[in-house]
Design a protein around this ligand. Structure first.
Ligand SMILES: Nc1ncnc2c1ncn2[C@@H]1O[C@H](COP(=O)(O)OP(=O)(O)O)[C@@H](O)[C@H]1O
Ligand SMILES: [Mg+2]
Length: 224
């Protein structure tokens, strides 16, 4: 298994649309240790989401290999195998909370555990309490503020206790105060052993992270 949580080996991603080719990542290699908070910066369109989606197995690289927690995920052949691995190992937080509107916060957070055949609403409740949402567990997402919804979506991503949390611009939708709160939460969670990779174009996030990379010209450049 080793100490590395993520290993990228000669990763290249080329999008094809008609005759056009767009190379977004070119021969990127990288290793990230466990229990660190890594921030991935870069302007809009530089390929941040592309990279995160490849790590989350939401898309496939054109060339190269990806290892997570010792498993080569690019070698997983079936969608069933990828889903099972994702459900156990990866929590994903999107820019927009992605909560299911017709379910309460508690039901939303419980969903990943249900999908794993491992339901326990007490755990979901505890998790929501740890994000300061204990009094809101029976509310629908529409009855919450943007910051509350985003915290609930982080709680949901953590429900199956994954070793890896991926977040794509999770604060894109929040005011400055709420934004810093999320960065602080992520820094604290990585102290507790969680590996976190967060994509953002907010330079302030760098202050909270162990590692910072810039995605520029199809390459990752470490700046912290
Ligand atoms: N599915 C796709 N097909 C073709 N081009 C894409 C696709 N997804 C993203 N792109 C292009 O790849 C580049 C990187 O996109 P993206 O990874 O979303 O950047 P970022 O998240 O840094 O804003 C952009 O030019 C975007 O238009
Ligand atoms: Mg993006």
């Amino acid at each position: 298994m080793g100490e590395r949580m993520i290993k990228l080996e000669n990763l290249t991603k080329i999008y094809h649309s008609g005759k056009e080719e767009l190379c977004v990542l070119e021969d990127v290699s990288l290793q990230l240790p466990r229990g660190k908070f890594t921030v991935l910066l870069g302007p809009s369109g530089s390929g941040k989401s592309t990279l995160l989606n490849l790590i989350a197995m939401l898309d496939k690289p054109t060339h190269g290999k990806i290892f997570i927690d010792g498993q080569e995920i690019t070698a997983l052949k079936s969608e069933a195998a990828r889903s099972a691995f994702r459900l156990k190992k990866i929590g994903f937080v999107f820019q927009f909370d992605g909560l299911l509107p017709e379910f309460s916060l508690l039901e939303n957070v419980e969903m990943p555990a249900l999908m794993c055949g491992n339901p326990d609403k007490k755990q979901a409740q505890k998790l929501l309490e740890s994000f300061g949402l204990g009094s809101k567990i029976h509310k629908l997402p529409a009855d919450l503020s943007g910051g509350e919804k985003q915290r609930a979506s982080i709680a949901r991503a953590l429900r199956n206790n994954p070793p890896l949390l991926l977040a794509d611009e999770p604060t894109g939708n929040l005011d400055a105060q709420r934004k810093l709160q999320v960065f602080e939460d992520f820094a604290r969670m990585s102290q507790d052993g969680l590996t976190i990779v967060m994509v953002t174009h907010d330079i302030h996030a760098a202050d909270y992270a162990h590692n910072v990379f810039n995605l520029e010209q199809k390459k990752l450049v470490q700046v912290k």
